[in-house]
Design a protein around this ligand. Sequence first.
Ligand code: AMP
Ligand code: TRP
Length: 340
Amino acid sequence: MSDTTFTPRVFSGIQPSGGLTLGNYLGAIKRFVDMQNEGAYETVYCMVDLHAITVWQDPGDLAHNTRELAAGFIASGIDPEKSILINQSQVPEHAQLAWIFNTVARMGWMQRMTQFKDKAGKNTQNASLGLFAYPALMAADILIYHATHVPVGDDQKQHLELTRDIATKFNHDYGVDFFPLTEPVIEGAATRVMSLRDGSKKMSKSDPSDASRINMTDDADTIAKKIRKAKTDPDALPSEVKGLEDRPEARNLVNIYAALADMTVEQVLADHGGAQFGAFKPALVDLAVSKLSPISTEMSRLMADTAEIDRVLARGAEQARNITAPILKQTYDIVGMVSG
Ligand code: AMP
Ligand code: TRP
């Protein structure tokens, strides 16, 4: 690790490529709010629209989804007075540093990225060049703030390792101690929320089955229906965590309960061990509705005034550039770019 001391700063991002899911909320946003409120860090949270367009986005949908994501952040407790909230494309230093990192990262590193392989599918020749370079832009998002901590879900672990590799190679190639080795923060019961229809698949906004996920915009009836229909097994809940091994669907519902209730899995099983799903599911419905309904109500209220959302994002971009412009300038100096 480097000797330089960096300001404790958190950065994380979510793609405005669809609606927010319970996976995004529990794996990411809820933890962003906790880190904001801990008060130990400066916090910067981002809608990553440049990442979203690495696969086709209808322009009208992209604009709508970006504002709705901003509304989701704010409704969940991200306070623009405490955190910097931005839309990635509006802080140009992200893309500018990404270009430098495109020259630092190696083809072989990018080829190993599992998210690229998943998203590109069989026909990699037809994937956009941006999709391939995606992790270099992600490294730039983080390092243009000299961010020290990045809260994410489990699926982003490999990208954060690559971010450290890019920082290390840049520092080494240019003989500097300039970029920090950022720590991933992958913690809690819900770092990998699974599909409600298939406990071996991640809950995702891109799953064709709407029943597989809870959307942050779902109303109470829809949430109740999806949880009641969630796939389970015929056994009662165990009293010990070990009893959830080989029961992915049961484990997923218990993890969701624990994360929503701010409890450990052990505590949930101490309360509900021995219960059948016929009893546990209604308890989960009540909990989920009580936690999620206020957020979706607040999201609709915020979406009724998109001009206000745009003002928040404009102010966020201005605050962000106070950090990113000097770091880009120093990077250019290190690389030998003449400003005249
Ligand atoms: P994305 O929607 O792919 O931009 O993801 C935004 C954030 O949500 C990232 O930190 C992801 O790791 C996290 N995330 C997405 N889906 C899930 C899930 N099913 N479980 C936990 N975290 C998730
Ligand atoms: N790649 C992340 C995802 O798909 C989104 C993202 C982009 C991100 N830039 C980031 C996450 C920087 C954390 C930090 O979920």
